[in-house]
Design a protein around this ligand. Structure first.
Ligand code: NZQ
Ligand code: ZN
Length: 395
């Protein structure tokens, strides 16, 4: 296990109906002028918007709104948010939504204090400056953005989707009420679950050894998602299923399962290019890529970990390690498919035209060529994309 610092100061307010009694006290710590950030309207349909506005009125807040944050949030929307904060002397940002809304709000919070154009800030990746305080109300279990310091912003004019982050961008307080995810449609429930699983896989399959705490916690969280995602798809109002997915979302990417492990992630680097070029749903891209990536990197060197994964996560009892590993990969593929996720690239409108370009960018924007679990050159990434053109069988 590598050295690490684990400092995650987000105050999590988990559970039913806490907003009504706690939100205004939380915001009042920072001031009365609020920027309310939200997406394309789901919070208006499910009543959350009205509830928050009502609380603002009672608390005599001054509120400006940044609405219409896109899935895969655009840099233009971030710029608009920064302007609103500057024009209105905003004291605190309240993001109500999924990862896209929260990520957009994070970069608005940081960009507010910077003289640079915000895209230059994104290009720098690490942010060491100040940020406006951010409070979040999570409505979709997926990214873990509610409890981490990262944000991913898209620039469709340059076909770039890039991550940035820094300690000041971590939410001060996050409200996690599973009831706020009851309205998440089946496809987003599945995609969000695939994203949570991918965060766990990316942390699990790393070169660092001797990390039983991280790995066994990860396996438990993977089993949690595998158990509860189908229940939430079938019964959207199942509180416990939604609660388990929500908490798994936060714990999968708040440093708990990744700290103490070196090296970089593999599938996210490849997926961010799919989203950057084709604007697809992040979790869907990950679900398509992951089993093909697993199969591609499976070898005598990696078989032990994949066999452990098959046994501990999928309950596979096959004694031959290579066979067990392949069955685990098949189970992963079959799970995503059973959740209704389209499992080939053509089904999400992607053909081979840009494979070379995307593979080049995936390597350029990350360190997968040098320090991924199994290092991947451009030709490897292209081969993995190619595997995603048709349905796969691994056993
Ligand atoms: O925009 P609205 O109308 O709110 O609708 C959204 C959107 O269409 C909808 N939705 C959210 N909550 C809902 C709901 N619909 C009904 N009821 C609700 N309660 O779901 C759609 C997707 O929302 P989005 O926020 O885009 O999804 P997600 O949370 O998966 O976020 C994806 C973004 O986060 C980035 C991704 O790359 C992508 O840009 N990531 C952020 C990370 C981070 N900050 O740590 C890490 C991740 O790996 C990821 O890269
Ligand atoms: Zn992700």
């Amino acid at each position: 296990m590598d050295n690490f610092r684990f400092y995650v100061p987000t105050d999590i307010r988990f559970g039913k109906d806490r907003l009504a009694t706690e939100l205004t006290d939380v915001l009042n710590v920072y001031g009365k002028n609020v920027l309310l950030v939200y997406g394309g309207g789901s919070i208006k349909k499910n009543g959350l918007y009205d509830q928050v506005i009502d609380l603002f009125e009672k608390n005599q807040n001054t509120v400006v709104e940044l609405s219409g944050v896109e899935p895969n949030p655009r840099v233009e929307t971030v710029r608009q948010g920064i302007e609103l904060c500057r024009e209105n002397q905003v004291d605190v940002i309240l993001a109500v939504g999924g990862g896209s809304t929260i990520d957009c709000a994070k970069v608005v919070a940081a960009g507010f204090y910077s003289d640079k154009d915000v895209w230059d800030l994104v290009l720098e990746k690490g942010y060491g400056g100040k940020a406006l305080p951010l409070v979040t109300v999570l409505t979709l279990a997926a990214t873990g953005s509610e409890m981490n310091a990262g944000a991913v912003i898209s620039n469709l004019t340059t076909n770039q989707k890039l991550g940035m982050g820094g300690p000041s961008m971590i939410p001060k307080v996050s409200f996690l009420d599973p009831q706020n995810t009851f309205t998440v449609p089946k496809n987003q429930t599945a995609a969000g679950s695939a994203d949570i699983l991918s965060h766990l896989f990316e942390n699990y399959f790393r070169q660092t050894t001797g990390t039983d705490v991280q790995d066994f916690v990860s396996e438990g969280l993977m089993r949690t998602v595998i158990k509860n995602c189908p229940i939430a798809i079938e019964t959207p109002n199942d509180y416990d299923a939604r609660a388990n997915l929500m908490w798994a979302s936060s714990l999968a990417l708040n440093g708990l399962t990744g700290s103490g492990k070196g090296g970089t992630w593999s599938c996210h680097a490849m997926e961010h290019e799919l989203s950057a070029f084709y604007d697809i749903t992040h979790g869907v891209g990950l679900a398509i890529l992951t089993p093909r990536w697993m199969n591609y990197v499976l070898s005598d060197q990696t078989v032990d970990k994949f066999a452990q994964f098959a046994k501990d996560v999928w309950g596979i009892t096959e004694e031959d390690k290579m066979k067990a590993a392949k069955q685990g990969i098949q189970a992963t593929y079959d799970f995503f498919k059973s959740c209704g996720i389209p499992m080939t690239l053509p089904e999400v409108g992607i053909n081979e035209d840009k494979f070379v370009e995307m593979a080049t960018q995936a390597v350029a924007h990350s360190t997968i060529k040098t320090d991924a679990y199994v290092p991947l050159a451009e030709s490897d990434v292209e081969a993995i994309y190619r595997e995603c053109l048709t349905e796969s069988i691994f056993v």
